[in-house]
Design a binder for this molecule. Structure first.
Ligand code: HAM
Length: 413
């Protein structure tokens, strides 16, 4: 028997319903915030991720599904959505429309070769948004507000962490002072941290090792070294969050695992799902369009990990829906098919092709959760009629087949 690959899951029945419910809910809210739907390919050239997510990140360094295709191209299954959206943005020459704002949302599978565990898959799904051309910090606030709206609508509890990662004016100086400080601590730090001092020192602050955390307590924090612009922006963001009554905390250790961020970084965490508790993350990436050879364009976005919230979501109960159709004599099946085709213009219809007893059909209708069972027996066939059983109100009616084909409701009330 062939099974799905490790860390990859089928979406069946309730999970599939939840996936649709989550993406449809988020899409509706994103659209209300002025965002348009877009999709990008799952396969991209590997350098796209190297230059955006960054070679020193775990995602690019250790977790990429990377291979040569038959044409010898170095390609990669997307580990996240932002890089592809930015590539598409530049490829469509939208970066040349200076002063214009573009806002997109997308959803679909992402691939990271991680060690699978609860809440951590090798193929998982994200719902993401990306906003281009808006420098104002109000946009960062609005994205946090939108994420909160999405989780509130889905009845999911969360806490919000925010930080500023500085910009090209303040980050290099801070980086230098951090590296100096880290060198004095290197004996006590773990192997990963020591490697990162050279490659990506900011990520040292993100180390989950308890001993490292303790040693790093006094390390300089970027929020103390922000330039005037970043500092003003961060203060304004905090003011807007205060006034919005959203519950948030400033987390100066929040650095995010992707290299393209500058300025605002944020994460939403749920306390109800175990160790992999980040349910969404995002931030500003004002340099990324330029890194990928576009014209300088401000950018900010976020992505939700859909599998992580799946178990927290309950789909609103739907009652019985649609029609089940069945024949009691084989000669009536063709008529059933004709009528089903008519009704399918407006409602969900399931057809049983085998002639069965009324009792068997009522069972079948119950199994598919239909509101009505519509049956043709010998008597109905002769009369050109159908028998309709309302499975919710438990009542029957016999009406001419043509009336059934054209009427929206079958009982008079
Ligand atoms: P990220 O923080 O790497 O950000 O991923 C966003 C969310 O995807 C995480 O908070 C988590 O819920 C989910 N996630 C990540 N890895 C896994 C996994 N292995 N299994 C299950 N869920 C996972 C990004 O991907 C950025 N592109 C977000 C962004 C958009 N920033 C700006 N625009």
């Amino acid at each position: 028997m062939i099974n799905a690959l490790r860390g990859m899951k089928d979406l069946l029945f309730e999970d599939a319903q939840k996936y649709r419910y989550i993406t449809e809910t988020a899409a509706k809210i994103a659209s209300n915030y002025g965002f348009d739907y877009m999709e990008t390919p799952i396969l991209e050239e590997t350098p796209l991720f190297k230059r955006s997510v960054g070679e020193s990140s775990d995602i690019v360094g250790k977790e990429m599904y990377r291979f040569s295709d038959k044409g010898g191209n170095d390609v990669c299954m997307r580990p996240e959505g932002t890089a592809g959206v930015v590539r598409a943005f530049i490829q469509a020459k939208l970066d040349r429309q200076q002063g214009q704002k573009y806002r997109f949302f997308y959803f679909g599978p992402m691939f990271r070769y991680e060690r699978p565990q609860k809440g951590r898959l090798r193929e998982f799904h994200q719902f993401g948004v990306e906003s281009f051309g808006e420098e104002a910090i109000e946009e960062d606030f609005t994205l946090i507000r939108m994420l909160a709206d999405i989780f509130d609508t889905l009845h999911i509890d969360y806490t919000i962490s925010v930080n500023s990662l500085g910009c090209s004016a303040c980050m290099p100086k801070y980086r230098e002072s951090l590296v100096q400080h880290l060198h004095t601590l290197s004996d006590g730090l773990c192997e990963d941290c020591n490697r990162r001092i050279a490659s990506n020192p900011i990520r040292v602050l993100d180390c989950k090792n308890e001993k490292c955390k303790e040693i790093l307590e006094d390390a300089p924090r970027i929020t103390d070294s922000l330039c005037e612009k970043c500092s003003e922006d961060f203060k304004r963001l905090v003011t807007l969050l205060e006034k919005s009554a959203l519950k948030y905390r400033i987390d100066t250790d929040l650095v995010r695992g992707l290299d393209y961020y500058s300025g605002t970084a944020f994460e939403f965490v749920s306390e109800n799902i175990g160790a992999q508790s980040a349910i969404a993350g995002g931030g500003r990436y004002d340099r990324l369009v330029e890194f990928l050879d576009g014209r300088p364009t401000a950018g900010v976005g976020f992505a939700i990990g859909i599998e992580r919230i799946m178990e927290l979501v309950t789909i609103p109960r739907k009652g019985r829906e649609g029609i089940y159709m069945g024949a009691m004599i084989p000669e009536a099946v063709e008529e059933l098919l004709r009528l089903a085709h008519e009704k399918r213009r407006s409602t969900r219809v399931t057809v049983e092709y085998k002639a069965k007893s009324l009792k068997a059909h009522l069972k079948g209708a119950d199994r598919v959760g239909a509101r009505y069972a519509v049956v043709i027996g010998e008597e109905e066939a002769q009369e050109g009629a159908v028998l309709i059983r309302d499975l919710e109100e438990r009542r029957d009616i016999k009406i001419p087949a043509e009336e059934f084909a054209t009427r929206e409701s079958f009982f008079d009330d």
